[in-house]
Design a protein around this ligand. Sequence first.
Ligand SMILES: [Zn+2]
Ligand SMILES: [Zn+2]
Length: 266
Amino acid sequence: MLSAARNCCFDDKNMPATRLPYLLRQLRNAALKGANISIPKQCLLCAQAILTASADHLCPHCRLALPFNLNPCRHCALPLASSEERTSICAQCLTKPLANRAVAPLVHRQGAAFLVHRMKFYRAEPEARALATMVATQIRLTEMSRLPNVLVPVPIAYTTAVQRTFNQSALLAWHLAKTFNIAYAPRLLMRQSGPAQRSLSRDQRLASSGFACHQNAANLAGKHVAIVDDVLTTGATARKISQLLRGLGADLIDVWCATRTPTEDN
Ligand SMILES: [Zn+2]
Ligand SMILES: [Zn+2]
C-alpha cells in the first residue's frame, strides 16, 4: 500500500489526492492550534503520518527512495557514471569548470522533481524547507571548511514575480543563509523579462542574456559567493550570473542547487 501511494505521488504533474491544498492546510492547522489539538505531520511524498519529528517532512521510506546525487562532478554537480567514479570531475569541467564548487544533493527526477515542482508552482513552504534541509546536510558533509560569505539567489523576472508572488530560489537561499549565518543578497541582480528558461532549448538558453546588476549593487571585492537556484540544468544561468558577480569583484563562486538534471539536455 505504501509503495503504491508513493509511486502515485512521484508524478510531478499531479498533487497527491490525499493531501489538502496549501491554504486549506494552513487554515486547518490554525484551527487545530486554536483548539489546542495536535495531529501528526504528513510525509510530503506519500502523505503517511510521520510519527517522529523530521526536518525534511519525509517518512523514512520516501527519504531512502529519493534519487540522491551520489557521485557528482565537483564543479557542476553533474551525476557521473560509475566508470568516471575516481575522477569526480566531468569532461566539460576539466577544461571549463562551471563553478569553484557545485552542490546539488538530488538528481532531478521522481520524488526530488515532485518536491521542486510543488515548491515552485504551489509556493509550498514545507517542500522548500525540505529541499533546503537536504542542501544544508550536503553542505555540512562536504563544504563546512569553505563556506561562502554571501548567498545570491537566481532572480526571476518582474512579470514572473507578479504572477507567482515569490521566487523559489530566494526562498531556498533565505533558509540556507539563516542555517549557516551567511549574508543573503536577493537584490544584487535582476532578471529582464523574457520567456522562462524552461521553455527555451539549450542553444536558446546559452544565447539569451537576461540578467543585470542593480544600479546600487554592493561591491563584492574578494568575496566568496554562492549562487542559489532550485534546479541546475545546463549551467547557462550560473555562467551568466558568475560573469556579473566577477564584474562586481567576487573572487570565488560556488553554485548551490537542490537538484541537478542527469544530463545537460534535460
Ligand atoms: Zn513518505
Ligand atoms: Zn562538471
